[in-house]
Write a protein that binds this ligand. Structure first.
Ligand code: SF4
Length: 501
């Protein structure tokens, strides 16, 4: 879900990496169904889109840079005939950004073994997996973790002649976050990392017409599939003409579903592990109203994800809710390259206040998160220009203090405002009258319907459910204070060295 305010610049938000979608449905137009599914999941990635279709003999893939509707027209869809399909919409955090090679699904063709793989998440041990493949003489083009996974599966499948063995083997070695769908010419597979970090659910088409796998339930809804269940952590589910089978590819570990899916990434009409995302966001607002009340005349939400939380805050506090910030839905982040003059327009390209509502009012403004703080600072300035007498910021996620390594595009610690300033400093810098974040426990409490609680909360707590290799973590973990200390230490060491010489 992209909310970049300055198209062409790095967004001041955590950005989702990808959407995956798969269909096994003989006799159906699986390419078109996948296209619809990807459109429903477009908020998870807007850089490229791709669909691969198997017809029992071979796999055809079509992919390109752009939104799903830009990539797939009638002629492209008509060329994809078959009964098993996987699709992908990409937002890049790993490997080459916005390149055709990095677009998915990835095809792996090693001798007679042909597979198409679509991946949501990020592997944290890509370098060691890549080195292993290169040692085996396997060539890599894109350099992404997803390509590495596809080649690793293909390589073992070639040796064992069993695709399931290839997937199981890869699952033993892949570390990090992965929700994957894979097509062979006649079979669809869905599998998920042992912590269940990124979401993946299964749906059934009516009258036994087939099966659908999707990152979110909103992808099932659009093709008329009924939600059956989530793919379990570490599980491999296989769909083919013999039916549906399930096996454990790798032992499940402590559950660590990304809690940020509920705050921001997922669509509000999706249900994740039994929890309505819309209801979760309302609950967050209600809990925040109890934790950090404000004396104000109106509650506003920052569109889109802040709106249900603002309604919840208003309900709990008794302060009236109002629309007050209008979002321009047609400002994309990938294909609009504004001139410097346009960049100056800043936040107004994306969000515009309603002065007739705001003038003379004390506002509580509900937003989903603060990453670098620039968006909030500009928004507050804009609301004051529109006549607000007070602006109280209330945030329905705790302070983002640590980078994500599991498929979300985050800054290094030195760029995360909450890792470098106290609450009072942030409030003053942004120009708010008050600033408060929901507590981590408050956020967990807003998810009462989750069937299997257990969350990744690493961007708030710094406790990572899957270890991050030292070479990846070293620079990302530094705050400004860390940099200053490291600089001081190096200077001191240099001085000592000179003395000893
Ligand atoms: S670090 Fe944050 S954004 Fe990343 S998976 Fe964990 S909760 Fe989600």
């Amino acid at each position: 879900m992209s909310t970049s305010i300055l198209p062409g610049e790095r967004p001041d938000r955590l950005e989702e990496e990808c959407a995956v979608f798969g269909v096994f449905a003989p006799g159906e137009d699986v390419a078109r169904m996948t296209c619809f599914g990807l459109q429903a999941l477009q908020h998870r990635g807007q850089e490229s889109a791709g669909i691969a279709v198997g017809d029992g003999e071979t796999i055809m893939v079509s992919k390109d840079l752009g939104l799903v509707t830009q990539v797939f027209d009638e002629s492209r869809l008509a060329a994809l005939e078959g009964y098993v399909a996987v699709g992908h919409a990409r937002y890049s955090t790993s490997g080459a950004a916005a390149s055709w090679e990095a677009a998915q699904p990835h095809i792996s063709a090693i001798d007679e073994i042909l597979i198409a793989l679509a991946h949501n998440g990020t592997l944290v041990n890509t370098n060691s997996l890549r080195a292993r493949l290169i040692d085996e003489g396997i060539q890599l083009r894109a350099g992404t973790d997803s390509e590495v996974a596809a080649k690793a599966i293909g390589s073992v499948t070639q040796k064992t002649h069993h695709l399931r063995e290839g997937i199981r083997y890869a699952m033993q070695y892949m570390e990090g976050a992965y929700a994957m769908v894979l097509a062979s010419p006649d079979t669809l597979y869905a599998f998920r990392d042992p912590n269940g970090i990124r979401p993946l659910c299964i749906g059934k088409l009516p009258e036994g017409r087939g099966w659908v796998v999707s990152s979110e339930t909103c992808g099932l809804d659009i093709v008329g599939a009924e939600y059956v269940r989530d793919v379990e952590p570490g599980e491999i589910v296989r769909f083919n003409k013999d039916g549906v089978t399930s096996e454990q590819g790798v032992e499940p570990r402590k559950r660590a579903s990304c809690i940020f899916e509920y705050v921001y990434f997922a669509r509000p009409d999706s249900v994740m592990d039994g929890q309505s995302v819309y209801q979760a966001r309302r609950n967050m607002g209600r809990i925040l109203a109890r934790e950090a009340p404000a004396d104000a005349d109106l509650v506003l939400g920052v569109p889109d994800s802040g709106i249900p939380s603002a309604m919840g805050f208003a309900f709990e506090s008794g302060i009236p809710y109002s629309d007050g910030i209008v979002k321009n839905r047609y400002v994309g982040r990938t294909f609009i390259q504004p001139t410097q003059a346009m960049r100056q327009l800043g936040i107004r390209l994306k969000l515009n206040p309603l002065p007739s509502v705001i003038r003379g009012k004390r506002l509580v403004v509900i937003d989903d998160s603060i990453v670098r703080g620039n968006t909030s600072k500009k928004l507050i300035e804009m609301l004051r220009d529109a006549g607000a007498t007070e602006v109280h910021m209330r945030i329905v996620s705790p302070e983002v203090m640590w980078p994500c390594f599991y498929g979300i595009d985050t800054d290094t610690r030195d760029q995360l405002i909450a890792a470098n300033m106290t609450n009072d400093e942030m409030c003053e810098w942004m120009g708010a009258d008050s600033l408060a974040f929901i507590s981590l426990q408050g956020l967990r409490d807003s998810l009462p319907d989750v069937r299997t609680p257990g969350y990744c909360e690493a961007c708030f707590s710094g406790e990572y459910p899957v270890d991050i290799p030292a070479y990846t973590a070293r620079n990302s973990f530094m705050t400004k204070a860390d940099f200053a200390a490291a600089y001081e230490k190096e200077a001191q060491e240099a001085e000592n060295t000179q003395v000893s010489v």
